[in-house]
Design a protein around this ligand. Sequence first.
Ligand SMILES: Cc1cc2nc3c(=O)[nH]c(=O)nc-3n(C[C@H](O)[C@H](O)[C@H](O)COP(=O)(O)OP(=O)(O)OC[C@H]3O[C@@H](n4cnc5c(N)ncnc54)[C@H](O)[C@@H]3O)c2cc1C
Length: 328
Amino acid sequence: MAGQSIWVFAQQRNGIMARTAYELLAVARQLLEPDSGAITAVLFGHGVGGSAAELTSRGADRALVADDPSLAHFVDDQYADLLRQWISNERPDILLGSASLYGRALFSRLAAILDRGLVADAGSLSLHEGRLRVIKATYGGKAFTEYEFSETKPWLVTLRPKSHEEARPGSSRGSVEMRAVDGLGPAQLRVVAAETVAAGTVSLTEADIIVSGGRGLRGPENYHLVEDLARVLGAAAGASRAIVDAGWVPYDQQVGQTGKTVNPKLYIACGISGAIQHLVGMQSARVIVAINKDPDAPILQIASYGIVGDVFAYLPEITRVFKEKLGA
Ligand SMILES: Cc1cc2nc3c(=O)[nH]c(=O)nc-3n(C[C@H](O)[C@H](O)[C@H](O)COP(=O)(O)OP(=O)(O)OC[C@H]3O[C@@H](n4cnc5c(N)ncnc54)[C@H](O)[C@@H]3O)c2cc1C
């Protein structure tokens, strides 16, 4: 794609770069023909200047950084307003973001402000005769839809996290530009408190392995069985909505249509029936293991490996064996 300009919105939290930023850089690089066009990584936050070099070392030709106390927390309208200003000045052709919680909020707002089309939660991107085509799963993963953008730019796309390999670090070729934050109106939202997930906890959307529990665990006192295996495997612990609604675990652990969309290498579902609303959030996992005592449970129809049996018999035993093998 000769001469095109691709911007990647690099998301960070508390100064820690989301790994999806590196996936977006890899996707951007694949779209460009060798030695043509340019990739710009955009980074907003406070005290984040040091992270910009990581973006240039992973393929950004330049990093544009806004480092300001007003940007310390993600606030939809402030971030969107600043990004709109920069886009209006420099007119990139393509804008890529992650279909994370923040990315979804930011890009839909931006699309509305700019009056441009957005393909959200995309799986893959390619160029055909200078037009961007995007494929995304629809109808809960039962079908794939292909979109082609019209001529009006910029083209906005959010990509499903963990759907691509990350760009690897190399020698940094790019420049880092620190920019002043001017002309931002007052925010309509104010972050009153931000709760940090306990150190060492693996984030669901970034995890390679997820162990999830459902109502088959019978009560909150048994959810530790899921956490025990997750700890041994260095995995994230997830949940079905049934047990979130019942108050066993917090909402940020919910996987599914109204929770998080995850894309791990391995998903272990324990006592989860596999309702369609759960499946849409996890069925793109590369390997799915399900433990369920009902041989007709829908989860067993999509599982790579199904264990028809009692979760209370199998789960502690699986944890014990992995603990032994991994020395964890
Ligand atoms: C608009 C809407 C949005 C929704 N969004 C979501 C969402 O984001 N995420 C989500 O998960 N759900 C969502 N749901 C709810 C969804 O429809 C299901 O109700 C929910 O996923 C069921 O959770 P579960 O599998 O834990 O429970 P259940 O459906 O009750 O399944 C429990 C399973 O455990 C098995 N079991 C029981 N005892 C044992 C045992 N001892 N050993 C092994 N297996 C055992 C049973 O055979 C059963 O299959 C949504 C629903 C609606 C209407």
